[in-house]
Design a protein around this ligand. Structure first.
Ligand SMILES: *Cc1c(COP(=O)(O)O)cnc(C)c1O
Length: 379
């Protein structure tokens, strides 16, 4: 009892934030934006959730069945090796299972990589307007962040996209990691295989190059296949993928890296042993086998995206070309205002002020009903 009374008495002076290590002390907690469960209760089915690039078709029916079947076994710990999923991916991708690392979402792996390989003596290179997790992974290790200016707004093929030439030049002797996203979120921009090959050729192999291909399954651009094409030649290349986007399993949290077996082995040292849960493993494994569903998701997304883009252009919104399931649209005014206007009408989009693009909103491709609702809600 005495100790409880004493600690209660001291509570006002207790400031755990001061106890955090220097890297964590500089971080801010993730801002989830709106409270979606509250909004769903308020708007019911009249809500259009176009803020998080989820697949509105949901998971494949095969994945759903596999997840249901896995539920009664959920009292067991999951397979810490994730063998079944690795085997399915190994067959799909034509790489050995020893080259695959599984994560609780690719987010986890992107952070884990920096934790395992970088420290405050190192620098980590990424692009302006690059994926938000890259600066967080960097800051969490205390490594020096080298944020390379993006391509200009008027660039022909990749406005606001990664400037690979400048990024290669930004690599110094202390650089340990380069993070690339292809296509990138939030810009939707991409670079082709030839540009990546040239980039990889210019980077020493003690610099790990991550190519985040979260939107890979949607890509149909000419000249762009996958960074995996170069895995054999560049041992420092790491390809990141996820089940959160085209596979429609964002809530399950599964992502993976394809990397040199030695890189995977290092990640395994710090990876939480049961990081991917058993229901997620079952769902993702079944999803890999359902090519028909993926083809359907891709076709649906392409058709809706091009239709929506046309409708938005007609209404005076400038949308960048996209190979993903979202559009980045530039406005003449502050995007936060538009976001609030849409929000009041149950349509959720993502304003890009946090990325340094205050005049842009990112709009995910929703179901047709959701996309129509968006157009009707525009001012
Ligand atoms: C959505 C997204 C991811 C996926 O993250 P998960 O943790 O796998 O859900 C990764 N990278 C980019 C660029 C993304 O947009």
């Amino acid at each position: 009892m005495a100790s409880i009374t004493r600690s209660a008495g001291r509570a006002p002076d207790f400031d755990p934030a001061r106890l955090a290590n220097p890297a964590t002390a500089k971080l801010h907690a993730y801002d989830p934006g709106h409270d979606l469960p509250v909004l769903r209760a308020r708007f019911g089915r009249a809500i259009a959730e176009l803020g998080s690039n989820e697949n509105p078709l949901g998971p494949s029916p095969r994945a759903l069945k596999a997840m249901r079947d896995a539920l009664p076994e959920a009292f067991r710990y999951p397979d810490p090796r994730g063998s079944a999923l690795k085997l399915a991916l190994s067959e799909q991708l034509g790489v050995g299972t020893e080259r695959i690392a599984l994560g609780n979402g690719s987010h986890e792996l992107l952070i884990l990589l920096a934790q395992c390989f970088a420290d405050p003596k190192h620098s980590i290179v990424y692009s302006q307007y690059g994926f938000a997790v890259f600066p967080i992974a960097t800051a969490a290790t205390g490594a020096q962040a080298v944020c390379v200016p993006a391509l200009p707004r008027r660039h022909r093929s990749a406005p606001l996209g990664h400037d690979l030439v400048a990024m290669a030049r930004a690599v110094r002797r202390n650089t340990r990691i380069v993070y690339l996203a292809n296509p990138n979120n939030p810009t939707g921009t991409w670079f082709d295989d030839a540009a990546l090959e040239e980039f990889l050729g210019a980077i020493p192999d003690d610099v790990l190059v991550v190519v985040d291909e979260a939107y890979h399954e949607y890509v149909e651009a000419r000249g762009l296949t996958t960074a995996l094409a170069f895995a054999g030649r560049f041992p420092n290349l790491i390809v990141s993928r996820t089940f959160s986007k085209a596979y429609g399993l964002a809530g399950m949290r599964v992502g993976y890296f394809v990397a040199h077996p030695g890189v995977v082995a290092v990640l395994e040292r710090l990876r939480e042993s049961f990081n991917v849960n058993s229901v997620a493993l079952a769902g993702a494994t079944a999803a890999v086998g359902d090519k028909v569903w993926l083809t359907k998701a891709r076709a649906f997304n392409r058709a809706e995206r091009e239709w929506l883009r046309g409708e938005l252009l007609e209404r005076g919104y400038r949308c960048l070309p996209s190979q993903t399931n979202f559009l980045l649209c530039a406005l003449r005014s502050d995007a936060a205002k538009l976001e609030r206007h849409l929000f009041d009408r149950g349509v959720i989009v993502r304003p890009m002020g946090g990325y340094g693009l205050p005049n842009c909103v990112r709009i995910s491709i929703g179901s047709h009903e959701e996309n129509v609702r968006l157009l009707q809600a525009l001012p």
